[in-house]
Design a protein around this ligand. Structure first.
Ligand code: AMP
Ligand code: MG
Length: 347
């Protein structure tokens, strides 16, 4: 065969492959590490993805500087260190917004969700503390829960600047359940103002969509991880323009105490790590709501969670994956209508 005829075969093959694919444009993914997790932006348009990445690196960095429980210099750490000393700390509008979302979730969930869960998390060996050899004593957990009193969070103002302080020594705010989602919303809003479109923003499993992945796709097809095998998907869902999705799981962060796995999500009513739930995924109109809601529904479980959704979050959809075999998905009716490629039984 001559070089010339080989070239024609290659050319025909290329046309054939391009013709067979409904979506010939490739999606580019740019990712980096931040806030203790992986952030990523995706688009078929590399220039848009790069622009969004620049915005996101800056915004996620600012959120980490202000809100991280791990960063001893953050505003959150300063407030925690000053707890009980009657010394208010100036904070940003973002801080007070997250505080408001968190305290709202605390009251809606009757304390299952609680942004003052810090001392309880420490008792179980999270946030840089060492896991205890045995589960903490009930008396110690009761003490830690006494510090989780949202009525002791004080918000005042000096001029236009909000000030926050905590009333009792030892109180500790923790925004780990909502800060990533909130940070995604900040970036999503900035990108919208910049006129960017057809992008997906992801911060450690908190995703928010702009437009669609490719012309004709109608959104961004997103995978939901199988909590029992992180390399596999348990289902997929098409995320529509503007929607956010968040997953809370017992498999990413946990400590082992006496051979038992203790998940990093604590029931704020009992101060004990949640048992019986492997993963919860929520689709909501914004990423802060999706993030706070997935943590809350992980704690409340299916029955109470469905009641909460019906009463306060009618625009949000959820699914639960109980921590038992054989694996199954329990989904709200509207979530069921949206799921694709489901690999386990569901109801
Ligand atoms: P997520 O992965 O969004 O579900 O958030 C889990 C994180 O939320 C944990 O690592 C803690 O920082 C924090 N957290 C744990 N339990 C609670 C709770 N009951 N209320 C609020 N935040 C919590
Ligand atoms: Mg969350």
């Amino acid at each position: 065969m001559t070089k010339h005829s080989l070239f024609i075969i290659y050319l025909l093959a290329a046309f054939f492959i391009a013709g067979c694919s409904r979506y010939p444009q490739q999606i580019k993914r740019l990712q980096w590490c931040t806030m203790g997790t992986i952030a990523a932006v995706q688009s078929t348009d590399l220039a848009s993805a790069q622009k969004l990445r620049t915005t996101a690196i800056d915004s996620f960095g600012k959120v980490e500087d202000e809100l991280s429980a791990w960063n001893p210099e953050s505003d959150l750490s300063t407030i925690n260190n000053r707890a009980g000393s009657n010394t208010p700390t100036p904070v940003s509008a973002a801080f007070t917004n997250i505080l408001k979302i968190s305290t709202d979730f605390a009251s809606l969930s009757d304390g299952a969700f609680n942004p003052l869960i810090g001392p309880v998390l420490n008792a179980w060996g999270f946030n840089g503390t060492t896991a205890p050899a045995a589960p903490p004593a009930d008396a110690d957990l009761s003490k830690a829960l006494m510090l989780a009193n949202t009525a002791e969070i004080r918000v005042t103002t000096s001029g236009n600047t909000p000030l926050v302080s905590l009333g009792l020594p030892g109180m500790q705010l923790d925004f780990g359940a909502v800060a990533k989602g909130y940070a995604v919303d900040i970036v999503w809003q900035k990108a919208t103002k910049q006129g960017l479109s057809n992008l997906l923003i992801d911060l450690g499993g908190n995703l928010r969509a702009m437009g669609e992945a490719q012309p004709g796709r109608g959104g961004w097809l997103t995978g939901i991880k199988n909590p029992f095998n992180k390399n596999r998907l348990i289902a997929k869902v098409l995320l529509l323009d503007g929607e956010a999705i968040s997953t809370s799981g017992n498999y990413e962060r946990f400590v082992e105490i006496k051979g038992e796995r203790c998940a990093h999500i604590i029931d704020g009513r009992t101060a004990k790590p949640v048992k019986g739930m492997a993963g919860v995924t929520v689709i909501a109109p914004d990423a802060a709501t999706a993030d706070a809601l997935s943590t809350t529904l992980f704690i409340t479980g299916v029955e109470k969670g469905e009641m909460l959704l019906e009463k306060h979050f009618t625009n949000s959809l959820a699914l639960w994956i109980p921590d038992r075999q054989p694996a199954e998905i329990i989904a709200t009716d509207r979530m069921k209508q949206r799921l694709q490629k489901i690999s386990v039984p569901y109801r």
